[in-house]
Design a protein around this ligand. Structure first.
Ligand code: GDP
Ligand code: IMO
Ligand code: MG
Length: 432
């Protein structure tokens, strides 16, 4: 009987999903990305080398693992080829990768429009990655989008391309932007298709065949639940739902397969891009965390905003994603802080509230209520088991469990694969 593990971001992204997925991927038969695209930046480090992935699943480093880019993703074929080339230059040549015929395809006008919409928003900009994610998902839902499988049928691709350009070129013209030429786009995408063709397949059928066997299957989320199009800090969100609830739809499997959900929880919070952030720090403690944690975006290089851990957010996202275990990352970055704070709840207009409010106006009025805990001085980057952690670090983890009702299942004390240990027996079954 196959078993599944969903790795999902529980804050505003960049929690360490790449690292956690890679950790389990060495024991996984398959890794499936189910939403988002190359707006993600997932870092993986082992054997003294660091890799950055955008749309390719973090199981790519294990030659025995089948990697799948699922139908729920938005995929830029040219960007995939660039990523594969960058991996090849670092010696990663032996891999298995499949791309869904049904995945939405990023077209050259999507990043252009993403940038133009951001420019027009002025002060109210979202701070997107400008990879065309929003415009591509919009076209998917408007049913004028193109899909990866279209690449396999050139005549059909050409038809769809002309239909799309009949809508897009007038819009580009209106915005004062250069229009796209159907012949040029056709040639560019057919050239990419020639290279990607062997990887393009019905991945839902492929994943289901693996589920029918006796396999370990990982589902790798991108972004984080507070960036969810439905449940995040709308409109300061991405255009998909990173929830574990998206994994079945975005991979093309039945929901009954999802049982264990690892919520990746950074030991503090970060956010890149605009939008409300109740526990944000604007002081030297925040600056220290940013430097020690190298909190600069992997995709855009932007400095990440830093704040205290928010247990209100963690409770909310645990419920939405059915998180069964926390995988706590970057705990080492908190070493040396005298007094640590965790937000245990929110006060809004003089009242304690149970859930984050839906509007930005209300979120901006929210006052976090903090608990304080004594910190620890020790460098913990060499710690290899829970027992070796300083007592105050153990207390910090216990507080996370207490405030969220979800147990800590794994702890990460550095970027490297080896700087990881499992705490909950239930997660050990994913290690062969
Ligand atoms: P993702 O988008 O969720 O995969 O996260 P990113 O890769 O964008 O950001 C996480 C960053 O933290 C990367 O630079 C990782 O190499 C690094 N990282 C992951 N886990 C740890 C950890 O436990 N300690 C430290 N110091 N760095 C970590
Ligand atoms: P990973 O998978 C952090 C943010 C952007 C912006 C908003 C919308 O590495 O955790 P988009 O380009 O998606 O339309 O941008 O979402 N964002 C992320 N922030 N980590 C990510 O991915 C993100 N992907 C998008 O900064 O605020
Ligand atoms: Mg990232």
């Amino acid at each position: 009987m196959s078993q599944t593990l969903v790795v999902v971001g529980s804050q505003w992204g960049d929690e360490g999903k790449g690292k956690i997925t890679d950790y389990f991927a060495r024991h996984a038969d398959m890794v499936v990305r189910y939403q988002g695209g190359n707006n993600a930046g997932h870092s993986v480090a082992f054997d003294g080398k660091k890799y950055s992935l955008q749309s390719i699943p973090s199981g790519i480093f294990n030659p025995a693992t089948v990697n799948v880019m699922g139908n729920g993703m938005v995929i830029d074929p040219l960007s995939v080829l660039r990523e594969l080339k960058a991996l090849e230059e670092k010696g990663i040549k032996d891999y298995q990768l499949f791309i869904s015929t049904r995945a939405a395809m990023v077209m050259p006008w999507h990043p252009v429009l993403d940038g133009a919409y951001e420019g027009n928003r002025g002060e109210a900009k979202i701070g997107t990655t400008k990879k065309g994610i929003g415009p591509c998902y919009s076209d998917k839902y408007s049913r004028i989008g193109m899909r990866i499988g279209d690449l396999l049928e050139p005549d059909y691709f050409r038809e769809r391309l002309e239909a799309a350009l009949a809508v897009k070129n007038p819009e580009l013209r209106m915005l004062g932007l250069p229009e796209f030429n159907a012949d040029e786009v056709f040639d560019l995408y057919m050239e990419a298709a020639a290279k990607l063709r062997p990887m393009i397949t019905d991945t839902s059928a492929l994943v289901n065949r693996h589920l029918e066997g006796d396999n370990n299957i990982l589902f790798e989320g991108a972004q984080g639940m507070m960036l969810c199009i439905d449940h995040g800090t709308y409109p300061y969100v991405t255009s998909s739902s990173p929830s574990a609830a998206s994994a079945p739809v975005g991979a093309g499997i039945a929901p009954q397969w999802i049982k264990t959900v690892a919520g990746v929880l950074k030991a503090y919070c970060t956010r890149v891009g605009e939008g409300p952030f109740p526990t944000e720090l604007h002081d030297e403690i925040g600056d220290g965390i940013r430097e020690r944690g190298h909190e600069y975006g992997t995709v855009t290089g932007r400095p990440r905003r830093v704040g205290w851990l928010d247990a209100q957010v963690a409770r909310y996202t645990a419920r939405l994603s059915g998180i069964t275990h926390w995988t706590v990352t970057l705990l080492d970055v908190l070493s040396g802080i005298d007094t640590l704070r965790i937000c245990k709840g929110y006060e809004l207009d003089g009242e304690i509230i149970e859930n984050p409010p839906s509007t930005i106006a209300a979120l901006q009025r929210v006052k976090p209520i903090f608990v304080e805990l004594p910190g620890w001085k020790e460098d913990i980057t060499g710690v290899t088991s829970y027992d070796q952690l300083p007592q105050n670090a153990k207390n910090y983890l216990a507080k996370i469990g207490e405030l969220t009702g979800v147990p800590v299942g794994l702890v990460s004390v550095g970027p490297d694969r080896d700087q990881t240990f499992i705490v909950a027996d239930e997660l050990k079954k994913f290690i062969k």
